[in-house]
Design a protein around this ligand. Structure first.
Ligand code: ADP
Ligand code: ZN
Length: 614
């Protein structure tokens, strides 16, 4: 790469993108001018370009520190496709390969070198660096340096040495984890006190958040998948290994290419399933939370939760694995009474002292509040991270199908008093029977057809009562006793409601059978492929992409992103120069793949599908 080029020119010609996003340009200029930077951007915000472009503008070798071998390989594969001289140096290489990479780095034959921290810190490698002109150091996933973060790596601590040994080389640290203690920790531990901070918001506007009351979770999941996710890659999270296995097996029976992933599977199977997710199109992985970390697949179109995560942070991180490419993506969660009870039990039985448990409890409460909110989900989510979204987002379930709220004070009083009258010994299902006046065998056995709350709940049906109990549990107005099969008990907070000192607003859950029309738009419509011809063409372009990717053993998205194929399908360029105008088509890819894709595009117009003039 000639080193004297302008960042914007490189963005256009190498990466094929028309414009910078967000703070990218500011970060890049700062780094090119030799400044240090700390960059906090949400997933999919475009962090990589922030150091990749300066690496090409500044003379010398750019060294990128990254904790995950799979990620490094992915990034380097993508750069090589763009014609950038990049390589990776980590424990996955044989000694001879590693030596060749080191030689290339030392002779100026590389622009970017991705290294694992432990390798970077060896004396041998440090000596090599001292002999090599350096463009910059990039420290990716910089939160790994912090014990506060979720992914602490002791090797990262020693990266501080870079600052002392190479004081003249600009450094950029990047992360998507941005809570204040972690950020302060990164600055301190990496000696970035003088660095300029570029902090972007947390919002992921292309993700549509949706939470449904859990009734028949499998059927609900299937309906969610069928409403527009055929052929899409996605992740389904479950809490237990067993549920992962069962759900994956069941989805496969229903004709979905679903694979299980959890820590109980042997390493080989895990690797295979992860590889298929990355290298193939449209694979659904059913997983415990272990899956997804360090996977950079940009076209994950949905993340579904069959159980609630432990905290809002967990939810944000897991759902954040969807839609890194900026195209529409779904975050879907089925949530019910069982989740509230189960998660509370997990916390109470878990490790840690009382203070720790209180903290976890508060985190769970925040998540439950999010699940039960009648407000815009995105507003609640961002507020949790200290960010204020001035207007409702228009892209979550509560915005698209506003939730009706009702004065649930009287219903809550009936429910609470029914718990009390029956001795705080029964679960919600039984209590609903009593409230509805059902003389079941069990009710008769305990003589509860004679308590004062028997049959006083006729104004609501069974589902509505279950919703009331769930909301009471979520709000901490009742608790489930795990020693006694989830028996409902009153709490200190029940009193004011029972006595009528506190009014209670509840949400009315949407009717279960109806899939709201606006939420069920097909995938094609959501990604802007409204015409049947465009859709077919997109699928054919996808097939070609997969073929090309297979031949090279790289993930399809490394050839072209979905957004690029979509733009091709809609605009249907017929010439190389037309194709060059499509976002994501840089010089090198035009050379390499232009004719092949034009072949498909020309065929489409010739095929008389109402093609568009080029
Ligand atoms: P992050 O590391 O912040 O999660 P990436 O660097 O992987 O994000 O970028 C996310 C996606 O957005 C990538 O596929 C990248 O190619 C694309 N992208 C980044 N910057 C731009 C831009 N200026 N224009 C178009 N696409 C971009
Ligand atoms: Zn909203």
């Amino acid at each position: 790469m000639p080193p004297s080029r302008d960042p914007e020119q490189i963005l256009n010609s190498v990466f094929g993108y028309p414009a910078f996003r967000g703070q990218q340009e500011a970060v890049i200029r700062h780094l090119v001018d030799g400044g240090d930077a700390l960059v906090l951007m949400p997933t999919g915000g475009g962090k990589s370009l922030c150091y990749q472009i300066p690496a090409l503008v500044r003379p010398g070798l750019a060294v990128v520190v990254s904790p995950l071998i799979a990620l490094m390989k992915d990034q380097v594969d993508a750069l090589v496709q763009l014609g950038v001289r990049a390589a990776v140096l980590n424990s996955s290489l044989a000694a001879a390969e590693a030596a060749a990479v080191e030689r290339a780095a030392g002779t100026g034959a590389l622009d970017l070198l991705y290294v694992a921290p432990e390798r970077l810190l060896t004396e041998r490698f440090q000596t090599l660096l001292e002999r090599t002109p350096l463009a910059l150091f990039a420290i990716d996933e910089a939160h790994c340096v912090s014990q506060w973060g979720h992914d602490f790596r002791p090797d990262y601590l020693a990266l501080e040495v870079l600052h002392r040994r190479f004081p003249a080389v600009p450094r950029i640290a990047l992360t998507a984890t941005a809570d204040a203690p972690t950020r302060a920790d990164i600055v301190e531990r990496l000696g970035l006190g003088g660095a300029r901070q570029f902090v972007s918001g947390f919002d992921r506007p292309n993700i549509r958040y949706r939470i449904v009351p859990k009734l028949k979770p499998r059927d609900q999941l299937l309906r969610f998948l069928e409403d527009g996710h055929r052929g899409d890659a996605g992740i389904v999270y479950c809490l237990s290994r067993r549920k992962v296995e069962e759900t994956a097996g069941w989805l496969a029976e229903q004709g979905w290419p679903a694979l299980p992933y959890h820590a109980g599977l042997d390493a080989d199977t895990r690797r295979k399933h992860q590889e298929r997710f990355i290298l193939e199109e449209g694979v659904v992985v059913v997983a415990t939370v272990a899956f997804g970390m360090g996977i950079d697949k940009p076209n994950v179109r949905f993340v579904a939760h069959l159980d609630i995560p432990k905290s809002v942070e967990g939810y944000y991180q897991e759902t954040g694995r969807a839609g890194r490419d900026g195209l529409p993506a779904d975050a879907w969660l089925a949530y019910g009474m069982g989740d509230v009870v189960g998660m509370r039990r997990l916390l109470e039985g878990g490790e840690g002292d009382a203070a720790h448990k209180r903290l976890e409890q508060r985190k769970l409460d925040a998540l439950l509040g999010y699940c039960e909110t009648a407000e815009c989900r995105r507003q609640v989510l961002l507020r949790y991270f200290g960010e204020e979204l001035p207007e409702p987002c228009g892209n979550c379930d509560t915005c698209l199908e506003p939730v009706v709220t009702w004065d649930g004070t009287e219903a809550a009083q009936k429910a609470l008093s029914c718990i009390f009258r029956t001795g705080q010994r029964f679960g919600a299902a039984y209590l609903v029977d009593v409230l509805l006046g059902r003389e079941t065998e069990r009710v008769q056995r305990f003589g509860h057809e004679r308590v004062s709350t028997f049959g006083i709940g006729g104004e609501l049906d069974e589902l509505e009562w279950r919703s009331v109990f769930r909301q009471l549990a979520a709000a901490g107005l009742v608790r489930a006793d795990h020693q006694r099969m989830g028996a409902m008990q009153l709490t200190a907070r029940s009193g004011p409601v029972l006595r009528g000192e506190e009014r209670l607003v509840l949400r009315r859950d949407p009717a279960p059978r109806r899939v709201p029309r606006r939420l069920a738009a097909s995938r094609a419509a959501r990604v802007g492929l409204t015409q049947a011809g465009d859709r077919d063409l997109f699928e054919r372009l996808r097939e070609l992409r997969l073929e090309l990717a297979r031949a090279q053993g790289v993930p399809p998205y490394v050839i072209f992103h979905d957004a690029t194929l979509q733009a091709m399908a809609v605009e249907r360029p017929q010439t190389l120069s037309g194709l060059a105008g499509i976002t994501g088509v840089g010089e090198r890819k035009l050379d390499r793949y232009g004719e092949a894709f034009l072949g498909v595009l020309r065929g489409a117009v010739g095929g008389g599908e109402g093609g568009v003039d080029a």
